[in-house]
Each structure stands twice: as C-alpha cells, then as structure tokens.
Design a protein around this ligand. Structure first.
Ligand code: AVI
Length: 313
C-alpha cells in the first residue's frame, strides 16, 4: 500500500531568481532546469551515447548488486533522494529487500504514479512517497519512522552541489538518526573531451535542456527571454573540477521581467549549472568531513563512475 505525503509547498521563489539574474555574473539555480519539459529532456539526455553516467551506474548496479547488498544488509528503510521514476531503486530492490521504501521528489504527480507502480510490484514492502524539495536540506517528516535508514542518492546528483554544500548536505543526512548508511553515485574526473561531449551532445538535447530554462523563467517571473538569442555552452574547468554550463548571449540585448530588467552584452554568460567531478580519494575525504566512514566502492572498468557505500561514524 502506498502512503503519499505532500510537503511540496511553493516551488519557486521569484525573488531568488531575480536576485540571481541581477548578480554579477548572472546565475540561476539548476533546479529551474526541471519543469515538465525539462524533466523529459533530462530523461532523453540519459539515453544519449555521450552521456555515460546513467548507463554506467546502471551497469555497476547490475554487475555488483549482490555485493552492494552484502555490504549494506537487507531489511532497511531505503530513502530515495530525487526518486524520479523510482527505476534505480527498483533495480536494487530484489537484492536489498528493503522493509520500507521512502521515495522523495519534488515532482508530486510523477512521484505518486511511480511510487504506486513500485507498491504494486513489491507488495510485501511498505512504500511512502513524499513530495518535497530536499535541495536546501532534508527536514525529516515526523510521519516516518527513522530507524535503520539507508540513504540512496544515485545519478551523481551530489555533483550539482558545490563541494562545501555537498558536505553540509551529507552531514545533515547523517545526523537525522545515526547510525545510518549511504549509497551514493559519484561521477569521476576524466578527459575533457569525454566530459564536454557528455554536456554538449551532437544531437543538441543538452542545449535544449539548458535553453528550456529560459522558457521556464519566462513563466515564473514574467520575463521575455528569447531562446534564439542565447547559445548553450558547457566547458570543463579542470582547476575547479567541474562542468560549467551556461547560456551565452548571442547579441547585445535587454531582457525584462516583472519589476526589472538587465542588459546582456554579446558574449555575456548566464550560469545555469555546475556539475562537479571527483577523484576517488577526494570524495572519500569529503565523506569523512561530512561524518561518514567510507566502507566500499564499485567502479566500471574505465573508471568513469563510482558507487560508494558509506556509514555514519
Ligand atoms: C542531474 N545531474 C546529475 C545531471 C548532471 O550530469 O550534472 C544534470 C545534467 N546537466 C546536463 N546534463 C545532465
């Protein structure tokens, strides 16, 4: 049976968006990449030949599912952070055999349907879906028992936080009710060519995903961004170890929104997302600083991606 809890609240803050647009350099939180179309475009990205993280992580789960379950144990409360279609957790369920599956995502309708499907597929398991934004930290809902927690954070979503924020986020997770475990997917540093192709694919799907953010902003703050006047850019900054995704103005232009405006000169960049890439030892050190001891990790043959099991210290 599915228990659905809606803690979604207001999803967008016009003031926050405008503050970012008026900053120098201008920036927008990556969360605004994910309206209904943006979420579908992201799903399309995960199927692109250049975008290796999703299929590599899938292969790691397929190849090492039994070893992962042996490391973690069964009968846990599996807390899926950013569950989406719940497919990644479902892949591991036959081995992890959770007693309770808690799926958390901001997209309430999508989550309810996906979690309902999981409840039907695994009738012996308790299933709770919580619509909430855990981006700024996870306020644990009182309704849910918090014993024997296993946090599941796949897809290298941790890379969309700057490392200091990632550390703080993980520390807060670990403090909810220790001892608890963490199973997390992390994208690894690799060649610039492979990384930049993954974020600037030949079909232009990532460009659409990025540009669609402007249409989303137009609706959220009454802006008049013209998508044709901006160009997608994704570059790997090796020193900062991150992909920097932005939208570059193709001309000198004025963009207006409710109560404000900004001039974009040709070449000005609006920053839309960072995607940090880690070296294994650097991520282990981050886990440690966040209050987790590293237990074990699994990687693909080419060392493109890793899945880490960690436990609160
Ligand atoms: C969701 N997140 C892990 C993706 C990433 O790889 O940073 C988002 C993304 N941005 C462009 N392509 C994919």
């Amino acid at each position: 049976m599915l228990n659905f809890i809606d803690h979604s609240g207001p999803q967008a803050s016009a003031a926050e968006i405008i503050q970012g647009l008026e900053a120098n350099p201008p920036q927008v939180s990556p969360r605004y990449l994910y309206d209904a179309l943006g979420s579908q475009l992201f799903t399309a990205i995960t199927e692109l030949p250049e975008y290796y993280p999703t299929r590599t992580e899938h292969a790691i789960f397929a190849g090492y599912g039994a070893a992962i379950a042996a490391s973690i144990g069964t009968g846990r409360t599996l807390v899926d952070l950013g569950a989406g279609d719940c497919a990644k957790a479902a892949q591991l369920m036959p081995q992890l055999i959770p007693s309770h599956y808690v799926a958390i995502d901001i997209a309430a309708d999508y989550l309810r349907k996906a979690a309902h499907g999981i409840a039907q597929r695994f009738p012996a398991m308790q299933v709770t879906a919580i619509a909430m934004d855990f981006f700024e930290g996870l306020d644990w809902p009182e309704e849910i028992d918090k014993s024997r927690l296993l946090f599941f954070y796949p897809g290298s979503s941790i890379g969309n936080f700057p490392p200091k924020d990632a550390e703080q986020f993980l520390r807060k997770l670990g403090q909810i009710n220790p001892p608890s475990d963490l199973l997390i997917g992390v994208d690894l540093v690799k060649s610039t060519a492979v990384l930049e192709a993954a974020y600037d694919d030949a079909l232009g799907v990532t460009a659409c995903f990025n540009l669609n953010l402007l249409l989303h902003l137009n609706r959220l703050i009454g802006a008049d961004f013209n998508v044709r006047n901006f160009q997608h850019r994704a570059i790997f900054n090796r020193e900062a170890s991150r992909i920097e995704m932005s939208l570059v103005s193709r001309s000198n232009q004025q963009v207006r929104w409710n109560g404000g405006e900004r001039h974009f000169a040709q070449g000005d960049a609006l920053l839309t997302e960072y995607s940090y890439k880690y070296r294994k030892e650097d991520f282990q050190a981050l886990l440690q600083r966040a209050g987790f001891e590293f237990v074990q990790c699994w990687q693909d043959e080419d060392n493109n991606f890793m899945v880490c099991h960690a436990r609160t210290i």
